[in-house]
Design a protein around this ligand. Structure first.
Ligand code: GLU
Length: 245
């Protein structure tokens, strides 16, 4: 598969535009407010864009973070809790709120959504992996948009993904996606964290595995999620290595 991976920027853009099955990953900071509540306007705008692709016949799998970030505000915390048990409790509250908004927003386009919560263990166990793949394939056949998140409430600290960037690369492989799209609150990759003077935008990366020396990336700057550009590059490397642009 690797040899058929498109190489020029134009090729990549064309392949992404023509992609039939697309995994879209969106991070907490693109869906929530710093106060720990959902940002319904942002969520609605995202759903509008996905609905258009869906209505043109595309298969979309949405990997959405935001459970912890949507749950800590309603629980009375003014910032993201730092201990794992409270994060997990916040996720269990926020995940329901998140799905309720997705259901309402996709419902306006007549599109059904289904929730799939996955742990890192599930991606390692052949039986769970096959079940998840079969469920997702069937959902897509039925015209349902699968909405995937890590099962935060059950994930054990030692082997959790934490961010959803790497999970989304595995999901792209699971559904044999034609493209993986990582959406974030930064407009592109930069040569250093964009707040630093002198850092500049990198609009196209011809070879993500050869990038390490030129780029200095950081973790999340948002305060509501984790991840950041480090895990996005890891996800990009994984996906491209598995043959998914
Ligand atoms: N699964 C986490 C959530 O939904 C991901 C948070 C993150 O990306 O940091 O909140």
């Amino acid at each position: 598969m690797e040899q058929s991976t498109p190489k020029t920027q134009e090729d990549v853009r064309r392949a992404v535009a023509a992609a039939h099955t697309v995994v879209v990953k969106v991070g907490s900071s693109s869906l929530t407010q710093p106060s720990g509540h959902l940002d319904v306007d942002k969520l609605t705008a995202l759903v509008g864009a996905i609905a258009q692709v869906h209505m043109l016949g595309g298969n979309i799998v949405l990997v959405s973070s935001g459970a912890i970030a949507a749950g800590f505000g309603p629980l009375g915390f003014s910032s993201r809790p730092t201990d794992v048990a409270t994060q997990q409790a916040a996720a269990s509250v926020g995940q329901g709120l998140l799905m309720a908004q997705y259901e309402a927003a996709f419902g306006r386009y007549g599109i059904r959504v289904g929730q799939l919560l996955i742990t890192a263990e599930d991606t390692m166990q052949p039986r769970q992996y096959r079940n998840a793949r079969r469920t997702m394939a069937t959902m897509l056949e039925l015209g349902v948009v699968p909405i995937v998140n890590e099962n935060d409430a059950l994930a054990s600290n030692e082997i959790r993904f934490g961010d959803n960037d790497r999970l989304s690369a595995l999901i792209a492989n699971m559904v044999r996606a034609d493209a993986l799209v990582l959406l974030t609150d930064v407009d592109a990759l930069y040569t250093a964290p964009p707040s630093e003077p002198g850092s500049h935008r990198v609009p196209f990366v011809p070879n993500v595995t050869a990038l390490i020396d030129e780029i200095r990336v950081g973790g999340s700057g948002s305060g509501v999620g984790t991840g950041g550009m480090v895990t996005k590059l890891e996800a990009a490397r994984m996906a491209v290595g598995l043959g998914h642009p």
